[in-house]
Design a protein around this ligand. Structure first.
Ligand SMILES: Cc1cc2nc3c(=O)[nH]c(=O)nc-3n(C[C@H](O)[C@H](O)[C@H](O)COP(=O)(O)OP(=O)(O)OC[C@H]3O[C@@H](n4cnc5c(N)ncnc54)[C@H](O)[C@@H]3O)c2cc1C
Length: 384
C-alpha cells in the first residue's frame, strides 16, 4: 500500500470505515481503560472509565487485546502525541506480564525544539545540511561516508555531543543545532518539502527558504514493550498485545523507518486471530469474586484515593520532573551512575504521586483525573 506521505492517515480511515460495516463491533469512544481484571491466572476483562460521565465500568471478556501505543511522553522531548503515556504497558505490567527491551528507545535527530514536531528525513534526503553554531557540517566528524543520510541514532548522538561540547546554539526552548535547507531553493522546497515549510512557518514563524530551522534530537519510538510471541500472546492466558506497546522483538535495538505501521498491520492481525481462537474455547467469565472485588478496589483507588485527595502536589509538577529526570539520565547517553540516579528520582516521584492532588473534583469529563491516571502509568513505565 502506498499513499504518498499519508499512509498512516489512510490506514486509520480504512480500519475505522471497515469496522463500521460490522454490527457486532461496538465502539467505546472517550473511554479510558484503567486495569486488567485477572482471575485465577487468566484475563477476565478490563475496567474502564466513561470519560463523559465519569462512571467506572467492568467489561467482562474471554480475551483482551491491548493496543494503546508507545510511551514517549515519559520524556521531555518527544515526537509523540499527548496520548502516548504507556498505559497498556503499565496495565499489562501490573497484571504480571513482563516488559521487554525497555532500554531500547529510538531517538529521532530532527525535532522542532518548542513542540517536538518531527521534521521528516526527506528534508535531509533532499540535501538539507545539519550545522553547528560555527556553521560547520559536523557530521563529517561522526559519519563522514553518509553525512546527513546516516542512521537516526548516530545523528542524534552527534547532535547531542555537539551541544554538550559547546558547539550547539541556545534558544528559548533549550539547546539546538540548525537544519539548513536554504541552498535547496524555493522551487525544490515548495515542490518536495511543502509540509516541512508549512510546519516551520506555522510553529516557528520561520521560512526555510531563507532561514535555518532549529532542531534537536528527541524520543521517537519504543522498541521495547509488553513481551509477546509471534501471535501477540503475552503469556497471560487471554491477554494479547499489538502495536508499539508490544515487543514482538522484530525491531531489535533500532527500528528501521516505516516498520512500525507494517508491524501494526501484521502483528495486529496475528493478535486478533490469536485472541479470537482463544476466546472460542473459553466459557463466559462471571462477575463473581475475585473479579468483583478487583473492580470495587479499582473504584476505591480512582475515586477515593486519586480524585478525593486534597492539598497535595500538582500532577503537572510531578510529570515535568519525571520527564526531565528521564531526559537527563535515561536519554541518549546513559551510564551506571545516571541510571541509578534516575531510579532514585523516579522512586521518589512515585512516593510523591501518592499525595498528588487532582484539582478538578467533578466526575464529568475530568481530564485532570485522566492525566493523573496516565501519570501513574508513566511512572511505572519510566521505572522499568
Ligand atoms: C511523528 C511520528 C511520525 C511517524 N512516522 C512513521 C512512519 O512514517 N512510518 C512508520 O511505520 N511509523 C511511524 N511512526 C511510528 C508509528 O506512527 C507508531 O508506532 C504507530 O502509530 C503506533 O500505533 P499503535 O496502534 O500501536 O498506537 P497508537 O496509534 O498510539 O494508538 C493507541 C490508541 O490507544 C488509545 N489509548 C491509549 N491509552 C488508552 C487507555 N488507557 N484506554 C483506552 N484507550 C487508550 C489511544 O487513545 C490511541 O487511540 C511515527 C510516529 C510519530 C510520532
Amino acid at each position: 500500500m502506498f499513499a504518498t506521505d499519508k499512509i498512516g492517515f489512510h490506514l486509520l480511515h480504512t480500519l475505522f470505515q471497515t469496522s463500521l460495516k460490522f454490527e457486532n463491533i461496538h465502539r467505546y469512544d472517550e473511554w479510558f481503560a484503567t486495569s486488567i481484571l485477572v482471575d485465577n491466572g487468566r484475563v477476565d476483562g478490563v475496567t474502564a472509565i466513561d470519560i463523559r460521565s465519569g462512571e467506572l465500568v467492568s467489561f467482562l471478556a474471554k480475551a483482551v487485546v491491548i493496543a494503546t501505543g508507545g510511551c514517549g511522553r515519559i520524556y521531555q522531548f518527544t515526537t509523540n502525541g499527548w496520548i502516548k503515556t504507556g498505559d497498556g504497558m503499565a496495565l499489562a505490567y501490573r497484571a504480571g506480564v513482563p516488559l521487554k527491551d525497555m532500554e531500547m528507545v529510538q531517538y529521532h535527530p530532527t525535532l522542532l525544539p518548542n513542540t517536538g514536531i518531527l521534521i521528516t528525513e526527506a528534508a535531509r534526503g533532499e540535501g538539507g545540511h545539519l550545522l553547528n553554531k560555527d556553521g560547520e557540517r559536523f557530521l563529517k566528524r561522526y559519519v563522514p561516508n553518509k553525512m546527513e543520510l546516516g542512521p537516526r541514532d548516530i545523528l542524534s548522538r552527534a547532535e547531542m555531543t555537539e551541544i554538550k561540547e559547546g558547539r550547539g546554539l541556545e534558544g528559548p526552548y533549550g539547546s539546538y543545532v540548525n537544519l539548513d535547507l536554504t541552498h535547496l531553493g524555493e522551487e525544490t522546497i515548495e515542490a518536495k518539502l511543502p509540509f516541512v515549510k508549512e510546519l516551520a512557518e506555522r510553529y516557528l514563524g520561520i521560512d526555510p527558504v531563507h532561514e535555518m530551522i532549529p532542531v534537536r534530537p528527541g524520543q521517537h519510538y519504543m522498541m521495547g514493550g509488553v513481551h509477546t510471541d509471534m501471535h501477540g500472546y503475552t503469556g497471560l492466558p487471554g491477554l494479547y498485545a499489538a502495536g508499539e506497546m508490544a515487543c514482538v522483538s522484530m525491531n531489535g535495538a533500532n527500528r528501521l523507518g516505516s516498520n512500525s505501521l507494517t508491524e501494526c498491520l501484521v502483528f495486529g492481525a496475528e493478535a486478533g486471530i490469536g485472541a479470537a481462537q482463544y476466546a472460542t474455547k473459553q466459557g463466559p467469565p462471571s462477575f463473581g469474586n475475585p473479579v468483583q472485588g478487583l473492580a470495587v478496589e479499582e473504584e476505591k483507588r480512582i475515586y477515593d484515593r486519586v480524585l478525593k485527595h486534597e492539598k497535595g502536589e500538582k500532577i503537572s509538577t510531578i510529570r515535568t520532573e519525571m520527564q526531565k529526570a528521564m531526559e537527563d539520565h535515561v536519554g541518549i547517553y546513559r551510564d551506571e551512575n545516571r541510571l541509578r540516579e534516575a531510579c532514585r528520582l523516579i522512586g521518589d516521584l512515585k512516593q510523591r504521586m501518592k499525595n498528588a492532588t487532582v484539582e478538578d473534583k467533578d466526575r464529568v469529563y475530568n481530564t485532570d483525573l485522566v492525566s493523573a491516571l496516565e501519570l501513574d502509568f508513566m511512572l511505572d513505565v519510566a521505572e522499568t
